[in-house]
Write a protein that binds this ligand. Structure first.
Ligand SMILES: [Zn+2]
Ligand SMILES: [Zn+2]
Length: 127
């Protein structure tokens, strides 16, 4: 396999192997175990490519620039203490798209929703 596509496949494999919605930096540390001489810039480039190909999501509503290997629309919960990002197993409300489209006249393709609060670990720390 060509070096370039090998790097891209490694980035995708790392991202698909986690549900932690990691940052590029985290992905870089993981991929480096497989390809020791890969650079952070190369990881960024490949993330951008994978995003353009529709194979990953960039969760750009967060400040840290996290990425998601799950490209199907789904909700997230973000812990305000540890910054953890979790998938929420709750069906996406398609009717909300229709309501907003009717109200605004905009063509709505999808919406993103992020719940906020304390994750289970952080809740137990307060006791
Ligand atoms: Zn937490
Ligand atoms: Zn997710």
């Amino acid at each position: 396999m060509a070096r370039k596509s090998k790097q891209k496949q490694a980035v995708l494999r790392v991202l698909n192997g986690t549900t932690s919605h990691p940052t590029a930096k985290w992905i870089y540390e993981e991929v480096r175990q497989e390809i020791p001489d890969i650079s952070l810039g190369t990881v960024y480039r490949n993330l951008k490519l994978l995003k353009c190909e529709g194979k990953i999501l960039e969760l750009d509503f967060t400040t840290l620039g996290r990425f998601d290997g799950n490209i199907y629309n789904h909700y997230h919960f973000r812990c305000e203490r540890c910054g953890g990002m979790f998938d929420v197993d709750e069906p996406v409300d398609k009717l909300m798209d229709d309501r907003v489209a009717q109200k605004t006249g905009f063509k709505v393709t999808h919406h993103r929703l992020e719940f906020r609060g304390l994750c289970k670990d952080c809740q137990s720390e307060t006791h």
